[in-house]
Ligand binder design. Structure first.
Ligand code: ING
Ligand code: ZN
Length: 309
């Protein structure tokens, strides 16, 4: 098994590498990190959530972050790996990270759609969906970000199993979606923020995507998103647009951020990382470091806000 020492954070690691990294990073830092399997994927791979945070005798509020809902968005799992590394490396020296991990726990799911991610490394780089099969169709996979129970399949999704935005046969038909939804439901009383990382377009989205109605906390969500975007831009000048999904990108039902918000997780955000289309999903490895560095500032901004509210 590779140790975190030999792990490269500036390459697009395949699932084997990420799995070894999950095992070694959690066992090498037992005072700040622990892991738990929340279930297996359709093809039987373990979905492991890393919990970052200083151990405490009382229950701490938490933030949940996932990466890799969509298989081809490779910069996303790269960011979750970067975030975990940075959290461990800067705890004790960076006052914001120290205070965050003293007061809160951060749950990180490094790859949500592991089967799809593996498939993009082995067979089809542009695969988006899960890899589940169902009798009655020869087409494979459901869009996990159309499979959550939030206005399910009412807009911006397809009921055709061959479509890239297939919403599935019912909400949470995908075991990966059910595993994450169950975990968040189980920890609903402590989870204060939900952050999901996608690419590309350089957007910071928040609810709603399934309706044009504004979220009850629209102005606060917008204010926090604009603060986070400004923090992100301060490093390399990368411009992000913030707003509700429906008007900022497109109407789409069944997304994880809308579902988490309606469950009661007020600070619910979808990042669309670099770029705006020059490379798109094929973002060069040379951009992993700057993309992750700037995104750290935005995620830390949101976390600091959540921590004090
Ligand atoms: N974009 C998201 C998608 O699933 C989105 C946009 C966000 C839709 C939130 C619904 C809810 O289509 C990418 N690039 O995946
Ligand atoms: Zn996506």
């Amino acid at each position: 098994k590779a140790s975190p020492r030999s792990h490269s954070y500036t390459k697009y690691n395949d699932w084997n590498k990420i799995q070894s990294w999950i095992a070694s990073i959690s066992s090498s830092n037992p005072s700040l990190i622990s892991k738990q399997v929340i279930g297996n994927t359709y093809e039987g791979r373990p979905m492991t959530v890393l919990k970052l945070g200083k151990k405490s005798s009382s229950t701490k509020p938490a933030i949940f972050m996932d990466c890799g809902i969509h298989a081809r968005e490779w910069i996303s799992p790269a960011f979750c790996q970067w975030f975990v590394k940075e959290a461990l490396a800067t705890y004790g020296s960076d006052s914001q990270m120290t205070s965050l991990l003293n007061q809160m726990d951060v749950f990180v799911l490094p790859v949500f759609n592991i089967d799809g991610y593996d498939y993009t490394h082995k067979s089809n780089r542009m695969w988006r969906k899960t890899r589940s099969r169902k009798s009655g169709s020869s087409c494979i996979g459901t869009d996990p970000n159309r499979n959550f129970n939030a206005g399910w399949c009412s807009t911006g999704a397809s009921n055709n199993p061959c479509s890239d935005t297939f919403c599935g046969y019912k909400p949470e038909s995908e075991i990966e979606v059910k595993n994450v939804a169950d975990f968040i439901r189980r920890n609903k009383s402590i989870i204060k923020a939900y952050i999901t990382i996608h690419s590309y377009s350089q957007l910071l989205l928040f609810p709603y995507s399934y309706t044009y109605e504004l979220a009850a906390h629209h102005s606060e969500l917008l204010k926090v998103a604009e603060g986070a975007s400004a923090a992100l831009r301060s490093l390399y000048g990368t411009r992000y647009t913030s707003g509700p999904g429906a008007t900022t990108i497109y109407p789409a039902a069944g997304g994880s951020d809308d579902w988490a918000y309606d469950l009661g997780v007020k600070y619910s955000y979808t990042f669309e990382l670099r770029d705006t289309g020059r490379y798109g999903f094929l973002l060069p490895e040379s951009q992993i470091k700057p993309t992750c560095e700037e995104t750290m500032l935005a995620v830390k901004y949101i976390a600091a806000y959540v921590q004090k509210n």
